[in-house]
Write a new protein. Structure first.
Length: 265
């Protein structure tokens, strides 16, 4: 059993702090950007795709803004609307946490759609690449959640259980690390293998991301305490599970379209 004693702040300059949570976003985006460009180069060379890799650099700024706006707005709407309705200034305190993956996903899709329309490039060409590298950011984000001692798990008797002293003295599942493994490492490996298969059609990777992330998230939710302000919806499901189930349905729809080659220009 491990007693959590990690500090969310890496360096404190007094007037300015560097937090692990912020670094998770920075490293997730930078590493994802680098790998995404490698994937695009592979697609250009091996899949007869005509594309200037420099265009992706312009998309990254859209993605960053979309993640921040979508993630924050999604958290407010899906998880804590009543609080932020009465405390509107707290909406801007992003450094305190409060970001929704599903909100960020919606934001990225919308931001990418706008960019793809503007650049006159197949939307799913971009979404496939983003889908592959997204688990990198998810991995860092979940590790940062663990460091912050947030999104903790249900009580557990396993030897790897973790006590979060700021919560209580009960050993709990390190559900953040379960998600880092499932939604981060395992999902990344599966999507990379699919990406580097020459026969993989446009849109398939996007569909697999939606389906597998949704499935892994629902599995992880079984070990995670529901959000205190929401609890279980219908006395059965967490908000994360409901949103993830929606992802699976959308992913299956996209997969059907992709296997029929409907997303190829």
């Amino acid at each position: 059993m491990y007693v959590h004693d990690l500090n969310p702040v890496l360096i404190n300059f007094g007037f300015f702090e560097i937090r692990w949570y912020s670094l998770a976003y920075i490293f997730g985006i930078l590493i994802g950007w680098w790998i995404a460009k490698k994937i695009i180069i592979f697609k250009v060379k091996n899949k007869n795709v005509v594309f200037d890799v420099k265009i992706f650099d312009d998309l990254v700024s859209y993605i960053i803004i979309s993640i921040i706006l979508g993630g924050r707005i999604g958290y407010i709407i899906f998880y804590n609307f009543s609080y932020y309705f009465t405390n509107p200034l707290d909406i801007f305190k992003i450094w305190q946490g409060g970001m929704s993956f599903h909100g960020a996903l919606i934001g990225v899709v919308l931001g990418t759609y706008i960019f793809a329309k503007k650049a006159k490039i197949n939307l799913f060409f971009f979404l496939d690449v983003i889908g592959v590298v997204a688990p990198i950011g998810i991995f860092f984000g979940r590790v940062a959640n663990f460091i912050n001692g947030e999104l903790y798990g249900k009580p557990s008797n396993f030897f790897w259980s973790v006590v979060f002293p700021e919560i209580d003295k009960i050993p709990r599942h390190p559900s953040q690390l379960y998600e880092a493994m499932l939604e981060g490492i395992i999902l990344f490996i599966i999507l990379m293998k699919a990406t580097y298969k020459k026969e993989t059609r446009t849109g398939v990777v996007s569909a697999l991301f939606m389906i597998l992330y949704g499935f892994f998230r629902i599995v992880a939710e079984q070990f995670r305490e529901p959000d205190m302000q929401i609890g279980y919806l219908f006395n059965l499901l967490t908000m994360g599970s409901i949103l993830s189930f929606s992802m699976i349905l959308i992913g299956l729809f996209i997969l059907k379209k992709a296997t029929n080659n409907e997303f190829t220009k």
